[in-house]
Every structure is written in C-alpha cells, then in structure tokens.
Design a protein. Structure first.
Ligand code: SAT
Ligand code: MN
Length: 604
C-alpha cells in the first residue's frame, strides 16, 4: 500500500484481493491525486460529461440529447500499429506480423513512463465485462485510466461498473488493463482539452493476459476492452481453449419464407462492417437484423455448430460515409443521443456533420480542428477516421437475441477487403481449408483507421493483421485445427466478397450498401442448395442468372465484370501469396501450401 494513502484507495467497494493489490501497486507507481471506483451510474456519467465540457474536451450538442463532440489532439486520431506490441516470453510467439519486445524490458521501459504519470489527475478504476455478465464464464477486465473521455466511452462500449465488480466477487479472474494519457500535471499547470503524449505504447502481455497502454486517448489505443482485450488477448485465450476471437460483424438474415440464417463477416477497419451489419435490403421480403458490428467470439455449441457472440455493448463506427442513404439504421441509432462523437464537424445549431451524412454540406461548420469551414474549404470538415460511439441497444434493428450468452449459430462466414481488381464480387470456398486459405491471403487497400499511408495493398489475414495476439502462422493453424475438430457438415460455409472492384474508368462495378443484400441472398441460397455457381480456379462464383440483379439497371457486361475471374490477374497474386506465406516459415500449416498449389495448377 502507499505510505501516504491516496484518497479513494482505502474505501474500495470490493474485497477482491488481487484487484485491490494491483490498484494499490499502480496507484503507488503513477501517483494520481485520487482514486475513483467507477460505478457506471447515470449520475457518474452526468458528472464526468459535465467535467469534460468544463475542461474543453467535450462540446455539448444542443441538437442531440445527452450527446457530445470531442475534438482530439490532431496527432492522436487512430490506432498506432507501429507502437503496438505483443510481448510474449518467446519472440517466436509474436510472429512476423507483430512488433515484439522482451516482456521484462518492456515493463522496465513502461514502468519508467508510468512513474508519476498520473500526477495531478484522477485514477479511475473501471470494472468491466466483455459479453453478458450472466454468461457461464463471464470475461472480466478492469481498466485503470486517468482519462474521463475513456471512462465515458467505456460506459458506452462495454458493460461496466458495479454490476461487473459485484459479479467478480472476491477472487474471479480478470484481465488487468492499465492506461495512462502520459500527461501529468504539475501544481498550477493548466490542462489542455486533449492530453496525450508523443511517446505511445500499446502493449499486450499474452501469457499474463495483461494490457499496458500509454500516451494515447484514441479509441482502439485507449478503450482497452475493445481491440486489446477482445481481439489480441482473447485470440490467445481462444487458441488455448479451442474457440475463435475474430474481427467480425454478426447479422441475422431472414428470407421471405421466414427462414433465419446468422452470418459473421470479417473486413478490415473502415471497410463497411457497420454498414453491412445494419443493411436495409433492397430486395423485397428479406430482412436484416444486427447483433454486432466489429467483434465476434465463436465457440462450438453442444449441437456441434459454431455459435457467435458480440462481446461489446456499443458501436464505435467510422462517421464519414455514414448517412441516410448509406446507413439509415446507424443514423437512427445516433439520433436518439447518448453518444460521443470524436473529430467530426459541429454545425451552427449544435449538431454534428461529416462528409457523406447528407448530399449537401451545411453552408458553415466548425471543422474537427475547431476552424471555420465552408463548402469551399480545401480540407474535409471531419477527420477520415472520425467516429461515433453510441449504445448498440439504440439500434432499431437490433436482434433480440443479440445478448444471449449462448450466442447464435453461424451458417456462413464472409471474408472481404477493399480491392480495385482481381477479387470477384463473391466467391464460395470449396471447403473449410479453402476458406482458411481465403482468410489467410485476404488483402485490402489500407484505410485511415490506422496511422500511415492510405490505399496501399497489404495482406490482412482474416482482417486480423493488427489484432492477432500471437504468431499468425499458429493462428492459421488454429483455424485449420478448428475445422478438423468439427463435424464438417455443421461448419459454416465460407465466402470471399469484394464490394470495391472498379471498372477501367475507376468507377465501382457494384453499387454496394443495401444492394449487398443481393449477395447475401445468393449466399443463403447456396446454403439451401438452390443457387447455381460456376466452378472457377478460385472457388464457386455465381452464374450470371443466379445473382438477383433485377431492377438494378446493370448491363450483363457489368455483372460479368463484377463476377469475373481473370486468370492473368490471379497469376500476379501467386508470387505475392508465396512471398507472404514464406514469412511464416515452418509455422505455416502445410495445408496452406497445398491450397496455393491447387490454385496454381487450376490457373495453369
Ligand atoms: O480504433 S478502433 O480500433 O477502435 C476501430 C478500428 O480500427 O476498427
Ligand atoms: Mn474494427
């Protein structure tokens, strides 16, 4: 315990001894002025949001109930993948796709940074649970943070506070998740609206199931229940325990006859997961309901099927491009308020606006950097990775079973990326291993969700490149083994989709958004054995007449171009895939080389 007791440390609302010892240890290291145990109540939300308004971090929106705009430091706007580490004991366990440092060395570096880093600030203790608290084995975590923005955002994104703390009892395991902005305040020093540090570390210790984050207040770097726990740490737990932690949306699709299928889909950040999860079908009689838009935990049920659960409680969606035309259900979700918007523009009547929300921009805005903005301005009003953070329970098409601790049985898994060429609109894998090959070789043009160049093609296996908490070769093998352990007739069918293919003039070949329901329809009809397909070297692609394009106004040539498998384009992929696979050495399952050989010979 601290020698001079930190206020708030003594009267903790728990007797969980490991938790108490850890909080005391971290308070002693970081020396906050006080410790506050977060209860998750409305009163606490009101107090903290008022504090954030007073600090200049938040602007209260006059036009949306209980909603706020945050403008971050312009340098702290996205995940920092080059500062993200998997500190496994053995470097080989981090693999070629993660940054690695020896855990003892990392702890020594970060202990130096953490020493005194909460001076002049409050340390908040946020007990949380990813997934329902009434699950058989609830997945607890506790985040320590000196950021009120993080506390408020975590309340939207996860089940936090007293209910989680009580369920942890006196001794249940939890993931310790330590976070600091790295911006201590000296006595009398004025604070800035968005404190952060130029030094940033986002660190996972997989063996200890522990997270240490420093220097950033932005979403994926600071809301530690999300990517750090629910993907990086959970993927390690999943490997050890025989389940899957994936970067996937979950949706429920009901056909005109009333038959229900649940679909999970993996796309890289900022490639339309939220839009697909909330899609409004354009084809009559079909219905989509939402269960999750970012993360799926999948376990086998007693019936041998794979069941998916969304561990989150809110949506942290990309704002630009979200509008009444493209995603009306997201608009209806945020309209109800209770939301935090980060790095979007402010309208003169106290509402938010961003590119793509409406066809016509308002005549005047305050942009995300706080400057006057008009349609003539050179820069967009909102940062391309600006976000809305909103309760999922406000989604008007939320499926009632979304928080069933059992999850929902998955019929199909889609993988997708953003590719201008080569990848057809939709392809069905021949079998599980071929589907794993599709996932392992998934590629996409980079987006603004991470700092760095935008539009560069990179391999993003299973859309998990920045989120696999261990060696990606072992991760591919875990997928292969998952297939082997299961009854093949009960496994989800796997598909590869690409909404982003372009024609020679650079225009999109497929209209996307609500029209993607036509692809979902084909997927379901494949499951039911009623849609036909052509067998191509890369898998089963719809025959021209099996994809419902009625009323779309596409010419047969356009449909053909969207579905085309061009051997010359695929032959260019082979050396790239070979080079990609070689990175993993003997960690790559031989079945992946076998699949590549099948592709090569089918193309010959
Ligand atoms: O920034 S987050 O990691 O929360 C969102 C994303 O990149 O998918
Ligand atoms: Mn994501």
């Amino acid at each position: 315990m601290t020698s001079v007791a930190t206020p708030g440390l003594e009267n903790a609302p728990t007797t969980h001894s490991r938790l108490l010892a850890w909080v005391a240890e971290m308070a002693e290291l970081t020396t906050p002025d006080r410790v506050v145990w977060v209860d998750g109540s409305d009163e606490e939300w009101t107090r903290l949001t008022e504090q954030l308004v007073a600090a200049g971090t938040f602007t209260r929106l006059a036009a949306k109930p209980n909603s706020f705009l945050a403008q971050s430091d312009p340098s702290d706007v996205a995940r920092v993948e080059d500062r993200t580490y998997i500190c496994s004991v053995d470097e080989a366990d981090a693999g070629p796709t993660n940054n690695w440092m020896d855990p003892a060395e990392m702890k020594s570096v970060m202990t130096g940074l953490y020493r005194g880093c909460m001076r002049g600030r409050t340390m908040y203790v946020i007990p949380f649970c990813m997934g329902p608290i009434d699950a058989e084995s609830p997945m607890f975590g506790v985040e320590l943070t000196d950021s009120e923005y993080v506390v408020v955002s975590m309340r939207v994104m996860a089940r936090i506070g007293t209910a989680a703390l009580q369920a942890m009892g006196t001794d249940r395991p939890f993931v310790p998740a330590m976070h600091s902005l790295g911006a201590p305040l000296e006595p009398g020093q004025a604070d800035v609206p968005w404190p952060c540090s130029t030094t940033k570390y986002i660190v996972q210790f997989p063996e200890e199931r522990m997270i240490w984050s420093y220097g950033s207040g932005y979403g994926g770097n600071a809301l530690l229940g999300k990517k750090c726990y629910s993907l990086r740490i959970a993927s390690v737990m999943a490997r050890d325990e025989g389940w899957l932690a994936e970067h996937m949306l979950i949706l429920k699709l009901t056909n005109p006859e009333g038959a229900v299928h649940y679909i999970a889909a993996a796309f890289p950040s900022a490639c339309g997961k939220t839009n697909l999860a909330m899609l409004e079908p354009t084809i009559p009689g079909w219905k989509v309901e939402t269960l999750g838009d970012d993360i799926a935990w999948m376990r086998f049920g007693e019936d041998g099927r794979l069941y998916a659960l969304n561990p989150e409680f809110g949506l942290f969606g990309v704002a630009p491009g979200t509008g009444w035309d493209t995603n009306p259900n997201a608009m209806r979700t945020i309209e109800q308020g209770n939301s935090v918007f980060t790095n979007v523009a402010l309208t003169d009547d106290g509402d938010v606006w961003w590119e793509g929300m409406t066809d016509e921009p308002p005549a005047h805005l305050t942009d995300w950097k706080g400057r006057d903005w008009t349609p003539e301005s050179d820069e967009p009003s909102s940062h391309p990775n600006s976000r809305f953070c909103t309760p999922i329970t406000q989604c008007p098409i939320l499926a009632p079973e979304w928080d069933d601790p059992k999850g929902v049985p998955i019929s199909a898994i889609l993988f997708g990326g953003r590719r201008k060429t080569t990848i057809p609109l939709v392809t069905q894998a021949r079998d599980w291993n071929h589907g794993v090959f599709m996932g392992a070789t998934l590629s996409s043009e980079t987006t603004a969700a991470a700092t760095g160049a935008v539009g560069v093609i990179r391999r993003d296996p299973f859309a998990m490149l920045p989120f696999i908490g261990y060696n990606a070769g072992d991760y591919f093998n875990h997928w292969v083994e998952t297939g082997k352990s299961a009854d093949a007739t009960k496994l989800p069918a796997i598909f590869y989709v690409n909404w982003f293919r372009r024609d020679d003039e650079g225009g999109f070949l497929w209209p996307g958004f609500g029209e993607n329901s036509r692809v979902l329809k084909w997927v379901v009809e494949r499951l039911e054995g009623t849609a036909s397909a052509v067998e191509t070297p890369v898998g089963h692609v719809p025959t021209a007449d099996s994809l419902d394009v009625e009323g779309l106004g596409m010419t047969p040539e356009q449909v053909e171009a969207a579905l085309a498998v061009r051997p010359e384009e695929w032959r260019e992929e082979i050396p790239q895939i070979t080079e990609w696979f070689e990175k993993f050495g003997d960690k790559l399952p031989t079945t992946m080389w076998d699949e590549l050989e099948i592709l090569r010979s089918r193309l010959a």
